[in-house]
Design a protein around this ligand. Structure first.
Ligand SMILES: Cc1cc2nc3c(=O)[nH]c(=O)nc-3n(C[C@H](O)[C@H](O)[C@H](O)COP(=O)(O)OP(=O)(O)OC[C@H]3O[C@@H](n4cnc5c(N)ncnc54)[C@H](O)[C@@H]3O)c2cc1C
Length: 399
């Protein structure tokens, strides 16, 4: 596929058609109901069913496996549109995207043939699980383990935390230690493809406690996973027996594209906050004129718009570089850091522009203000992004 690297925001005809289709879907089916689902913390089942029909669970999955076979750039454009409506909707797709990426890049032929067609239609949805109650940023410090039995099967034990789509997913990519003495620790870490019944909170060897109550990012569930002798066949190691000890590298690779994904979510949130601020500031009048005409507010709009454009450019640049097969680790980190902070800042500025009404649950911006901070945390916090960016800059500029 030809990659346009001259103007990063340029869209092909296919990208224009698909993003327009998703925007219409979001305007009609998501924005009008997002507040209701958020207030009730209810899973948006009907919306997810429509997303299956639109093929949105198979955007990046190859056509031979029933997906659309589109690139990361187009995926990022779609995620921006979904997140503009409600980030919880993109949350339903995002962990699925990471699971698909892991399979496409590292899975055996049998694993791809078995899982990808069902994932492309959304028949089963994927989650991924690295974090634990005591470990998030420092992934090598995880404590969950898997041990091989005499019959060749593996048994997983340990507690996982913050698994988005933890209950309703049908497959979870779980990182555990298969060699607790390995030095460095990452060489003893393996990713297991754990199949489970969607919606079941207790299956042999696995208990899923009630979903974690969150300030925002509602509707989509985040859960713990408690493994107690959960059995996985040997062929459910990601990549087969060659995947033993490769889990950390596989997950870190997936998190790099995951960062582009989170950046795109940030752009969508920043975009919606901007739209709401532009509208409200032209409608609300104080001291005889629309507040948009007060310079202090005009400046806020100027800063919001500039941040939004910069975030979008960084995100599309990182996505296009990845699609072109070039190095994009530094760019993905920069995009994630900038776009997630832009989302948070635009949400706060839009809330301020709404005055007292911004604090009311009657207004969309109140939800966006609670949703945005998630982006500062998932797929590596802002502090961790800065560590990654600084390290990569030094690597690329050795003296
Ligand atoms: C709603 C939600 C959904 C999530 N979904 C998933 C999921 O699907 N799968 C999954 O595996 N995980 C998921 N996570 C977990 C998420 O990835 C972690 O919360 C994140 O990586 C941070 O880890 P932590 O919470 O343990 O914070 P910690 O690692 O304990 O960090 C605490 C603070 O210290 C800072 N910090 C840590 N180390 C350093 C350092 N070396 N230098 C400077 N500052 C540092 C951090 O930036 C942060 O500010 C989710 C989290 C949330 C809130």
């Amino acid at each position: 596929m030809a990659v346009a690297t001259d103007t990063f925001t340029e869209k092909t005809d296919e990208q224009k058609a698909i993003t327009e289709m998703v925007r219409q879907f979001v305007d009609k089916e998501i924005i009008p109901v997002a507040e209701e689902f958020d207030h009730e913390d209810k899973f948006p089942e009907a919306i997810v069913e429509q997303m299956k029909e639109l093929g949105l669970f198979g955007v990046t999955i190859p056509e031979e496996h029933g997906g659309m076979g589109l690139d990361l750039t187009t995926y990022a454009m779609i995620v921006e549109e979904l997140s503009r409506g409600w980030i919880s909707i993109s949350g339903v797709v995002n962990t699925h995207f990471i699971g698909s990426y892991l399979l496409m890049k590292f899975g055996t032929d049998e694993q791809k043939d078995y899982f990808l067609p069902k994932m492309a239609t959304g028949e089963i949805r994927a989650a991924f699980s690295l974090s634990e109650p005591e470990v998030g940023s420092d992934v090598q410090g995880i404590k969950s383990t898997a041990k091989q039995n005499d019959d060749g099967d593996w048994e997983l034990n340990g507690q996982k935390m913050w698994v988005t789509n933890g209950l309703l997913s049908g497959v979870v990519f779980v990182l555990v230690k298969t060699d607790t003495k390995a030095d460095p620790p990452y060489t003893g870490m393996t990713c297991f493809i754990c199949e489970k019944e969607p919606g079941a909170d207790k299956v042999p060897g696995l208990t899923i406690p009630p979903k974690i109550k969150k300030m925002g990012y509602k509707g989509v569930e985040s859960t713990e996973l408690v493994f107690d002798g959960f059995k996985c066949a040997e062929d459910r190691i990601l990549g087969g027996s060659d995947g033993l000890g490769q889990g950390f590298k596989q997950m870190m690779d997936a998190l790099e594209v995951g960062r582009v994904n989170v950046a795109a979510r940030g752009v969508g949130v920043a975009q919606r906050a901007m739209e709401l601020a532009l509208r409200y500031s032209q409608e609300r009048k104080t001291f005889g004129k629309p507040i948009a005409q007060h310079q202090a507010i005009t400046f806020k709009l100027a800063e919001m718009g500039t941040r939004l454009e910069a975030a979008r450019l960084l995100t599309l640049k990182a996505a296009r570089l990845k699609d072109a097969g070039e190095r994009s680790d530094l760019e993905a980190g920069m995009a994630k850091l900038f776009a997630s902070e832009a989302a948070k800042s635009n949400a706060e500025e839009a809330l301020r522009i709404h005055g007292g009404y911004g604090y009311s649950k009657e207004y969309e911006i109140e939800r966006i203000y609670r949703d945005a901070p998630l982006l500062l945390i998932g797929e590596g916090t802002s502090e961790i992004q800065k560590m990654v960016i600084g390290k990569k800059l030094l690597e690329r500029n050795k003296v």
